[in-house]
Design a protein around this ligand. Structure first.
Ligand code: ZN
Ligand code: ZN
Length: 369
C-alpha cells in the first residue's frame, strides 16, 4: 500500500507543476489520507502536510503524533512541535526551506479557518488556491484497490437490503435508526461503520430527498425510501431502495416507481467511457419527463463516491467532464410528490473499458423482501 500512496503523491506533484503551484498544504482530511496513508479527524492543533512541487513531503505535527505517523505513513520527514510552542514558527521554517514565502499554495478545501488564517499570517506574500485543483483529477480515477473496496461496500449494502431489519416489530420512521434496527442492517452485513445517517422517509417524508428519520408511524401502504451504506476499508456503500412493507401502496405509486426504475436503468446504460457526466443525467431525466414527472425530479442524477460519500464527478447538467474507466458514481433518480410520497432508486457504478459495472445488485422491486 505504501507504494500506492507514494505513487499518488508523485502524480500529485506532477500536477502541481502543471498548475503552476509550489506546494499543497493539507490538514486531517480524506485528501491527507489519500496521499499519506495517515487518517485522523481534524483537531485544534496544527497538523499539516506540506507537499512541495519537487521535494519530499513534510509533516508538521504535534509531538504526540510523531510516532503514530512514523508507523502509519510512508512519509518519513515528520517535524514535531510541543504544546506551549508556536507551531507557526515551524511552518515558517518549512516555508523558508522550500521557498514558499512568495509562492502559490493549494490548501485543503475543507481546512479550518483557524489554519488558513495562520498560513496567511505566516506567509503574507503567498497566494492561495484549493487542493481540489490538482487532487480531484486523481481522486476521481480510482485504482484497483479502491474499486475492490467499493465493490465490497456495495456487496455489504446489498446484504443489508436483503435483510433490512425493519420487517417485524414497530414500524416507525425511525425504525432502522434506533437499537437493533439502526446499525444492524448495514454494519451487521459486514460494514465497519455507517457511511452516513440512514435515510428512512415514509409516506410524505419520502418526498423530502434528505429527510433523515423521525418518529412518524409507518402506515399500511406507505412507500418508504431507504438510503443506506457502510464504510468498508475506508470506502462507502450508498444505495437507495423504495419499498412498501405491508398493505397496498397509493394509487400513483406503481407508475412512479416504474418511471424511476426505468430512469435508473437508462442512466446506468448511458454511463460509459467517453460520454459526458451530463449526458448520464439527461438519459435518466428524459425517462422521468416522458412520464410527466420532470418537475418532480428535483436533484442531480448522481455524485462521485470514494473516500468521501459525495465527491466528483457530479452527474449533473452543465458538467461536460468526459467519463473514464475507474470513475465511480451513483445513479439515483427520484420523483418527489409533496404531501404524498417519494421514490428514489440508487446504485453505484464504476466505468469500465466497455461500459460500466454496477457495484450494487440487490432487488429493485418495491415489494419488501
Ligand atoms: Zn444514497
Ligand atoms: Zn448518493
Amino acid at each position: 500500500m505504501t507504494d500506492a500512496f507514494a505513487e499518488r503523491t508523485r502524480r500529485c506533484q506532477q500536477r502541481l507543476d502543471a498548475a503552476d503551484a509550489d506546494a499543497l498544504v493539507l490538514f486531517p482530511s480524506t485528501n491527507l489520507f489519500y496521499l499519506s496513508g495517515f487518517r485522523e479527524h481534524p483537531g485544534e492543533r496544527h497538523l499539516l502536510l506540506f507537499v512541495p512541487e519537487d521535494d519530499d513531503p513534510v509533516f508538521v505535527v504535534p509531538d504526540m503524533y510523531g510516532e503514530q505517523i512514523a508507523d502509519e505513513s510512508w512519509i518519513s520527514d515528520v517535524r514535531t512541535w510541543s504544546d506551549g510552542e508556536d507551531p507557526l514558527s515551524l511552518v515558517e521554517s518549512v516555508a523558508d526551506e522550500f521557498g514558499l514565502h512568495g509562492g502559490h499554495l493549494l490548501v485543503d478545501d475543507r481546512m479550518w479557518a483557524l489554519f488558513t488564517q495562520g498560513l496567511r499570517r505566516t506567509l503574507p506574500d503567498a497566494t492561495f488556491g484549493l487542493a481540489s485543483e490538482v487532487l480531484d483529477h486523481l481522486r476521481m480515477r480510482k485504482d484497483g484497490g479502491e474499486i475492490e473496496a467499493l465493490r465490497t461496500a456495495g456487496e455489504v449494502a446489498d446484504r443489508a437490503r436483503r435483510n433490512p431489519g425493519t420487517r417485524r416489530g414497530r414500524h416507525r420512521d425511525d425504525g432502522v435508526r434506533t437499537g437493533r434496527r439502526d446499525r444492524s442492517p448495514t454494519v451487521d452485513a459486514g460494514g465497519d461503520e455507517l457511511a452516513f445517517d440512514t435515510i428512512v422517509g415514509s409516506g410524505p417524508n419520502g418526498a423530502k430527498p434528505h429527510h433523515g428519520y423521525g418518529d412518524r408511524e409507518i402506515g399500511y401502504g406507505d412507500p418508504v425510501v431507504l438510503d443506506f451504506g457502510a464504510f468498508v476499508g475506508g470506502y462507502p456503500g450508498d444505495q437507495t431502495r423504495t419499498v412498501v412493507f405491508a398493505g397496498d401502496p397509493p394509487e400513483r405509486y406503481e407508475e412512479v416507481h416504474r418511471a424511476v426504475l426505468e430512469a435508473e436503468q437508462a442512466g446506468v446504460e448511458a454511463a460509459q467511457s467517453g460520454v459526458t457526466a451530463e449526458s448520464v443525467d439527461r438519459a435518466a431525466r428524459e425517462v422521468i419527463e416522458s412520464y410527466g414527472y420532470g418537475d418532480e425530479f428535483i436533484h442531480r442524477t448522481g455524485h462521485g463516491v470514494g473516500l468521501d460519500v459525495h465527491e466528483g464527478p457530479y452527474i449533473v447538467e452543465g458538467n461536460d467532464l468526459e467519463l473514464e474507466p475507474g470513475m465511480v458514481f451513483s445513479v439515483e433518480p427520484g420523483i418527489y410528490l409533496p404531501g404524498e410520497f417519494g421514490v428514489r432508486i440508487e446504485d453505484l457504478v464504476v466505468i469500465t473499458e466497455d461500459g460500466c459495472e454496477r457495484l450494487n445488485d440487490s432487488p429493485r422491486t418495491w415489494q419488501a423482501l
